[in-house]
Structures are given as C-alpha cells and as structure tokens.
Design a protein around this ligand. Structure first.
Ligand SMILES: [Zn+2]
Length: 263
C-alpha cells in the first residue's frame, strides 16, 4: 500500500512516552507499512521550528518528511504582538521542505475563547500564505460558518480543511470551490456516520488522508497513540465508501496530497 500522511505531529512528546523507541521508531514503522511521505504540522512557533527540523531528517529508512508552519487558533493568545509572531512564521516559511502555512484556523470549542484574536491571526496568516504562494492547512473546530466565510474570501489560496468535521452539504460547497478536505481516524469510528457521509460527498481529487498522530487513532486502536502506519485502517474504510479496495483508496488520496502540497 502506498500512503501519504497529510497531517501529523511527530514532534509531540507523547511519542517518546508511549511509543517504544519514540517518534523515529514510529516513523520507521510507518515507512515499513507503506507510508512514503508525512507532512508534520506546527501549531505555534516552537512546534513549527520542530517541524522544520524534523523535515530535514526524513528519507532513507524514514518516510520523506515535509513541514507546515503556523499558529494554531488556540495558541494565538500566547503572543503579545501578532506582527512579531507573524514575522516568526514568515521566517520559518522560507526554510527547506516547508510546503504549507498551518495549522491555522478557528476553534470555538472553549467558551472563554477570544474569537477576535483568533480571527485576526487566521486572516493575517491566510494573507501571508497568499503572499508567499503557499497552500493553507485549516483547523476548524465548531466554527464552520466563520471558517467558510474566510476561505471564500481567499479564492487564490489552495486550501485544505484538515480532519474535516463539517456536513456533507458543506463538503459539496467546498468541493465546488476546489477546496481540499482531509480525513483521519474518525472515519473508522462506529458513531461517525456523519463524517463518512461527508467523505462520500467530497470529489475524489480533493480528498486526502491524514492521521493527526499522535491523536485520533482509528479503530481498532482508538484511544491509544496514533501513528501513520494505522492509515491502513482508514484507507480500508475509505475504500468501502467508494466501492474500491484499500490500496486504490490510499493511492488516490496520496495523489491528491501530492498535488495539493506539490510534493
Ligand atoms: Zn493537527
């Protein structure tokens, strides 16, 4: 099977604690399972820097590793000056193997969220991506309407909604705008019929697979640490949705990822 993991966090400390041999052992095992490439996503300046450094170590017995850099919505409150933070993102975006700005977006899950700050960072980083001609990786949690409006306001930027959690109807609307959508372990959860329905509504050339590792491990590993090797389960479910085998589902999703990131 040929797989590309379009979104993961191998710099996360959970790998050292919960995966024997740590992140590099997990990446080696992923390569053995057929994972050719991993896009490691930053969530603040520190993890974006870690993504860039991880990317420089890919290849050989590891998958090829690429990085995306950006400030995640829940991290936006940490920076006293948005412009300073943005300068940091801009500098990192110029590093080798950086293929996207992300993950950026909106997260309205917590009631005490400062939505205004999140919206400013989101819009500014979208603008940065446009200026640098880089695609954007979006995190959207319980903010579907506002995210949709901002995506629509940036028609010149290639965009993916990572771990897509919207409706099938919204997936069709995004599809008609040429926006990519990426699916992970949730696709395999028993209670995730809504997510499977949404995946079925996505044009195949816009549908990517991811893990969000170490989070959101698919069934039958749900609740444990996730790794790119487990994408075989997600690909199996995706195949069943489209009436193909897991290999073809994985291959077509990998093609979409290649086109999206230019890798
Ligand atoms: Zn993530």
């Amino acid at each position: 099977m040929l797989l590309i993991d379009s979104h993961a966090h191998y710099d996360d400390g959970r790998f050292e604690k919960e995966y024997e041999g740590g992140a590099f052992a997990a990446l080696r095992d992923a390569k053995t399972a057929g994972v050719l490439c991993v896009v490691n996503s930053g969530a603040d300046l520190e993890t974006s820097r870690a993504s860039v450094s991880l990317a420089s170590r890919g290849g050989g017995e590891l998958p090829e590793i690429y990085a995306s850099v950006g400030i995640h919505p829940t991290e936006t409150g940490r920076y006293r000056s948005m412009n300073e933070a943005l300068d940091g993102v801009r500098a990192l975006a110029g590093e080798k193997r950086v293929v996207a700005i992300g993950e950026i977006g909106l997260d309205y899950h917590y009631p005490d969220t400062d939505r205004e700050t999140q919206l400013s960072f989101f819009d500014a980083q979208y603008g940065l991506a446009e200026e640098l001609s880089l695609p954007v990786v979006i995190h959207d949690r319980e903010a579907h309407g506002d995210v949709f409006d901002i995506v629509r306001a940036h028609p010149n930027v290639k965009t993916v909604l990572h771990s897509y959690s919207g409706s099938a109807e919204m997936a069709r609307q995004y599809g008609s705008l040429g926006v990519f959508m990426s699916f992970g372990g949730v696709l395999t959860f028993k209670n995730a019929e809504k997510t499977r329905e949404a995946a079925r509504a996505v044009p195949r050339e816009l549908l990517m697979l991811e893990t969000d590792a170490p989070y959101l491990a698919p069934t039958p590993h749900r609740g444990k640490i996730n790794t790119s090797a487990y994408m075989v389960y997600t690909a199996g479910v995706l195949g069943s949705l489209f009436g193909t085998d897991a290999d073809e589902a994985a291959f077509r999703a990998a093609e979409a990822s290649r086109r999206f990131f230019g890798i």
